[in-house]
Design a protein around this ligand. Structure first.
Ligand SMILES: Nc1ncnc2c1ncn2[C@@H]1O[C@H](COP(=O)(O)OP(=O)(O)OP(=O)(O)O)[C@@H](O)[C@H]1O
Ligand SMILES: [Mg+2]
Length: 258
């Protein structure tokens, strides 16, 4: 059984302001195996965030189903950790209290909460900023608090929506390495949305390319180069050429339609 099963997922958004409906996801069928690291690529507006939100349980599909570990997704759950495209921290809580929030809900004692949260604050390089509030942190730092919060829950499935987009090059490299290390250690399943082909190929063992809206699965490519990956190797560049060709085909197809 796949860790995540998407069965004919369709999403239509109502657009009452313009008196129309927007077909966003059209018949998405996809299996993500347990321990897969799937990177999802596709043009802006093709429905990547919507798809992630459906798996997370924040959004309903119009028809079709999303299943996680064989159970139909009906609401968010602690089996799925989510890092959103925009940081969604509680502004009245400090970084450490945001990270530890799920432990508080579980009734874990304060000292233990803080100890565990500090491990992840440290992991994302925010030691010294743990008592800052979100308004006192930069966008990238807030994003790292969101990542620490998701990882602390040690979820079976991690859903990440362009989590490193706002980070500087060096921090991004470090976070990518950490994420691969966490994935290898905890053997979780990751779905990671990115606009960067390089990032997808550094991280993923599967690259899924979506079409323009209405989003469909264009192709799923397995990519099992040994790690750490050498982005200058001929094998890496061969794969990059293939994925770029797919993406280019998609944008040309769209341009003709338009
Ligand atoms: N809550 C909503 N209500 C109405 N329309 C929505 C809603 N959320 C998304 N959409 C529409 O659905 C389409 C897909 O949006 P989505 O955010 O999933 O795209 P995306 O692939 O994540 O894009 P990006 O790469 O720019 O983040 C867009 O046309 C958007 O306008
Ligand atoms: Mg998005």
């Amino acid at each position: 059984m796949a860790a995540i099963e998407l069965r004919n997922v369709v999403k239509i958004f109502a657009d009452p302001k313009r008196g129309r409906e927007l077909l966003t996801l059209d018949n998405i069928d996809l299996d993500v195996d347990a321990n897969d690291f799937v990177c999802l690529l596709g043009p802006s507006g093709c429905g990547k965030s919507t798809l992630l939100n459906i798996i997370a349980g924040f959004e309903n599909s119009t028809s079709g189903q999303a299943l996680v570990d064989g159970r139909i997704v009906e609401r968010p759950g602690s089996d799925r950790g989510v890092v959103f495209q925009q940081p969604t921290l509680m502004p009245w809580l400090t970084a450490i209290d945001n990270v530890a929030f799920s432990l508080k809900l579980k009734g874990v004692a304060k000292q233990e909460r803080q100890r565990r949260a500090m491990e992840f604050i440290d992991l994302v390089g925010l030691t010294g900023f743990e008592h800052h509030h979100p308004a006192e942190l930069s966008g990238g730092m807030n994003q790292r608090v969101g990542i620490a919060r998701a990882l602390l829950m040690n979820p079976r499935v991690i859903l990440m929506d362009e989590p490193f987009a706002a980070l500087d090059a060096q921090t991004k490299l470090e976070m990518q390495e950490e994420l691969v290390a966490i994935w290898q250690k905890h053997r979780c399943t990751i779905v990671f949305v990115t606009h960067s082909v390089d990032e997808a190929l550094v991280l993923g063992n599967k690259i899924v390319v979506m079409t323009r809206r209405p989003g469909r699965i264009r192709e799923s490519v397995t990519f099992d180069l040994p790690r750490p990956r050498d982005i200058t190797s001929p094998e890496f560049n061969d794969a990059k050429r293939r994925v770029l060709a797919l993406i280019r085909e998609e944008s040309t197809r769209g341009a003709h339609v338009a």
